[in-house]
Write a protein that binds this ligand. Structure first.
Ligand code: GLY
Length: 356
């Protein structure tokens, strides 16, 4: 079992636990940080048959009054109508400010539940119970919550930190190779940003035997960044490595390219662009592309630079007429580069050159 404590500058402190079997004991774990209360337990139709009963029974045994709420699986549940239904369900369950929500699932469930918890009654507490590798290594930590709007991804949301994150590594056993690869993309991203040992697990190790270490390392890096900059005014922007192109690819594909796969393509694009611009050595660039591919991730982009740049102009990472892009300078270090939105197409063009 690995435990990490995240402390924000505002003094919010929460535990991030990683280990096998955490869902079975979630009731007693949660009772360590919250008195028995009502819990809106949010999950999706894929996860409910696997873990809903386990979590509900464990919470009930510890004295919590559990109100399950199951939404359709998939990105379409990150929407205003599904958010509205969840908020109404919270009212129907008579949740008060001393109650809490629990997100049992992947990034979609975490983002949706966190947003609902952040705005219901102007904010109630919530916990994250990630059941995918992507949610465990990235989305469940740091308090970013959102739903998508017709005009783009994550355009309505707020920062709302959970009061605890419990990553049960046993849940990874039921994931498809495609879903595990989604998580690998965010873990490799973290390795490129600041953890060479994490990168090495994917470059030459056996990730399937190392999930507890992968999650612990990714969480430790992310917690350090979030502790410094919880609302992404500065250093947290680094975590968006590959994400400007990725969000454009997700939208252009009508979300048929999943988030992690899009992040892999986006990371390959900024890697090639950094190499072309003399910021990253060809050896390091080749190692990044090789490592993404070794994790069964795509590195080739089916869209043009112009198509992606047009979508990226609407990205929430844009500020006025500028945008901050993240470029790798070596494995374990990236830099932020502010550029006019008008220059993004040229950057993407550089990143598309040399695709095999
Ligand atoms: N997924 C990037 C972040 O949480 O900042």
């Amino acid at each position: 079992m690995n435990e990490h404590i995240l402390t924000t500058p505002a003094g919010e402190t929460y535990p991030i636990l990683t280990g096998a079997g955490l869902l079975q004991s979630i009731g007693t774990r949660l009772a360590e940080i919250a008195k028995p209360c009502r819990v809106m337990l949010v999950t999706d139709e894929n996860v409910a048959p696997l873990y809903l009963d386990t979590v509900r029974d464990s919470l009930a045994s510890a004295g919590f009054s559990v109100h399950p709420h199951v939404v359709p699986a998939g990105e379409n549940s990150k929407s205003i109508p599904v958010l509205g239904e969840l908020l109404e369900a919270m009212c129907e369950a008579h949740l008060t400010r001393s109650d809490l929500a629990a997100a049992l699932g992947g990034g979609v469930i975490g983002d949706l539940t966190g947003f609902a918890a952040g705005c219901y009654l102007r904010g109630i507490r919530f916990v994250q119970l990630p059941t995918t590798l992507l949610a465990a290594v990235d989305a469940s930590v740091g308090g970013k919550t959102a739903v998508n709007l017709v005009h783009g991804k994550n355009l309505a949301g707020l920062f709302h930190q959970p009061i605890g994150v419990y990553c049960d590594t046993g849940t990874l056993n039921t994931l498809t190779p495609h879903t595990l690869a989604d998580g690998a993309a965010e873990a490799i991203k973290t390795g490129i940003l600041g953890d060479g040992a994490l990168f090495a697990i994917y470059e030459s190790g056996d990730p399937a035997q190392s999930y507890e270490e992968i999650i612990a390392r990714a969480v430790a890096y992310k917690a350090k960044i979030v502790a410094e900059d919880p609302t992404e005014k500065g250093v947290r922007k680094l975590l968006n490595l590959g994400h400007t192109a990725a969000h454009a690819i997700e939208i252009l594909s009508d979300f048929s390219v999943s988030h992690g796969h899009a992040v892999a393509i986006g990371t390959a694009i900024v890697t090639r662009a950094a190499q072309k611009r003399g910021m990253l050595g060809s050896d390091a660039a080749a190692r990044i592309i090789y490592t993404l591919r070794r994790a069964q991730l795509p590195t080739e982009c089916p869209y043009t630079a112009a198509q992606m740049a047009q979508i990226a102009a609407l990205d929430k990472k844009a500020a006025g007429t500028g945008i901050t892009v993240i470029l790798p300078v070596r494995i374990g270090e990236c830099v932020m580069q502010k550029m006019p939105l008008a220059d993004l197409e040229a950057l993407f063009s550089d990143g598309l050159e040399g695709q095999s």
